[in-house]
Design a protein. Structure first.
Length: 340
């Protein structure tokens, strides 16, 4: 009872102390007490202690159960210890214990965090074979795995499967699906998902909003990009460095240097600090738009600021001067580059 109380409060040290006292007094360890101690360690992110206690259970021939295995597996998963998570999952099945939804979710999460996307998808498929119910956490984790492996079509198939399984998508699921489309420049699909998200009465997050911005940029849809940026501001979605960077990159890709300069000015008026990437994109936009004077102006601003100047900014300024027939200025920029 004492260990269970410690477990509920996440007091893993106290739980281990009580357990040690019990063992010294030669009190018999039970499945309940050891499972509670493992759960306490899991809540305290103490995966090594969780695994050690589970191993002690097996060594002392104390019967383990789904709760004890789930706690140890979840503890390892939280720390991205995917190999140990998979090993415990295998031991659980060898012990003739049926993995639950919690078990599968934890193992899939560990594999996703360990960039083992194929194994995560294979394990997801096994849930059907084991007749284990899938929930929103299951789908969200597997869709994230597909996002990270840039498999947008499979991510959308999984999103569709959620409806067939009568599992309602949440914000995390939509974020992952939209991000998967963004990585492959599928802005139309990302836009559809954003609309579905609003239809589900889920508020767009900075993750999904930034992903949609980036998708527009990769699809050369800079006008949509700027419209979406305005909508984000009106909806009071946080405009961070990633947001401004995505919007400026969209303008850069289409040589819209005037809009890029306006966005750069907007950054300076906001509480967000400009970065090397955003300023490089502005310089590059000016170069692509044939505005060599503005490219040099931006370069000058960067040099006077705390932002580190990279080779991209210098190269864009040199190229802009070259295109404008300003060879002396191009040589001057090269000399600046050599000095830094």
């Amino acid at each position: 009872a004492v260990i269970s109380a410690c477990e509920k409060n996440g007091e893993w040290k106290e739980a281990l102390q009580v357990l040690a006292t019990m063992l010294r007094s030669k009190a018999e360890s039970t499945t309940v007490t050891l499972s509670a101690a493992i759960s306490a360690c899991q809540k305290g992110s103490e995966w090594e202690n969780s695994v050690k206690l589970l191993e002690d259970m097996m060594q002392d021939k104390v019967e383990s159960n789904t709760i004890s295995y789930n706690a140890a597996i979840s503890a390892c998963a939280k720390k991205s210890e995917w190999e140990k998570t998979v090993r415990l999952f295998s031991l659980m099945q060898q012990s003739n214990l049926k993995p639950s939804t919690i078990t599968f979710n934890a193992v899939i999460d560990a594999l996703e965090l360990g960039n083992r996307w194929l194994e995560a998808s294979q394990l997801f498929a096994r849930m059907t074979q084991h007749e284990v119910k899938m929930n929103v956490i299951t789908f969200g984790t597997v869709i994230s795995a597909r996002e990270n492996s840039s498999e947008w079509e499979k991510a959308l198939q999984l999103k569709s499967l959620m409806g067939q399984c009568k599992v309602e998508a949440d914000t995390i699921t939509f974020d992952a699906a939209i991000s998967a489309c963004e990585k492959c420049a599928m802005w139309e699909r990302a836009l559809q998902l954003s609309g579905a998200m609003a239809h589900s009465k889920l508020r767009c997050t900075s993750i999904s909003s930034n992903a949609l911005l980036s998708a527009y940029g990769k699809g050369s849809e800079w006008r949509r990009d700027l419209q979406h940026l305005g909508a984000m501001a009106r909806s009071k979605v946080e405009l961070c460095t990633i947001t401004w960077g995505a919007a400026i990159s969209a303008c850069e890709n289409d040589a819209q240097w005037k809009q890029a300069l306006q966005l750069s000015s907007a950054i300076s008026r906001s509480m967000v600090e400009s970065t090397t990437i955003t300023q490089s994109a502005v310089t590059s936009a000016c170069e692509k738009g044939g505005a060599w004077e503005k490219a040099l102006e931006v370069l000058g601003i960067i040099l006077q600021s705390k932002v580190q100047v990279d080779a991209t900014s210098y190269s864009a300024a040199v190229s802009a001067c070259e295109k404008g027939g300003e060879w002396l200025r191009a040589l001057w920029v090269l000399s600046l580059m050599a000095q830094r």
